[in-house]
Design a protein around this ligand. Structure first.
Ligand code: ZN
Length: 169
């Protein structure tokens, strides 16, 4: 396994539509293993293949149980609700923007051997599914925002969310 360099905003490869994975071979397995190691080292929650310069439809995500989930040729098959929250991206380091995403999303994808499966998630997971799958179509979250959040805005958001959760209990 090897840590790959994460390409950042401005790199052409982040703006291309990625091709479907059709061969579930050793080359794909090495890519997924490297992506997982790269994501872990960067301490992110999701990484798409174009972020390491590979224009293929593959994504790795850290799920709610801290397990790495591999999604090959993923697509959103159902979503509902909406939540706006600060969102960041390893290809746009150190920045945050407020993005509205579905609160719930269900995804269909293939594993590294080509077997289809479905998975779903709420809140951060749903946000992550949407964010990473957008990468595969050459889009970055910054297209959804009108400004980057200041540290104060990010802090205020989480304070408010915490207060909201306390009120809810
Ligand atoms: Zn990203």
């Amino acid at each position: 396994m090897a840590i790959r360099r994460i390409v950042t905003q401005g790199d052409d490869r982040l703006h291309k539509k990625c091709r479907e994975v059709t061969e579930f071979n050793q080359r794909l397995h090495v890519l997924l293993d490297d992506m997982k190691e790269t994501l872990e080292e960067a301490q992110g929650v999701g990484l798409a293949a174009p972020q390491v310069g590979v224009l293929r439809r593959a994504v790795v995500i850290v799920d709610d149980d801290d397990q790495m989930l591999e999604l090959v040729n993923p697509e959103i098959i159902a979503s509902s609700g909406e939540k706006a929250a600060p969102e960041g991206c390893l290809s746009v380091p150190g920045k945050w923007g407020l993005v509205a995403r579905p609160f719930f999303a269900r995804v269909r994808a293939q594993d590294r051997f080509g077997n289809w499966f479905e998975t779903e998630g709420e809140d951060l997971m749903a946000r992550c599914f949407c964010h990473e799958i957008e990468h595969l179509d050459g889009h970055l979250y910054v297209e959804h925002i009108d400004h980057f959040m200041t540290d104060d805005e990010v802090e205020a958001f989480y304070e408010e969310e915490e207060a909201r959760e306390k009120r809810g209990k």
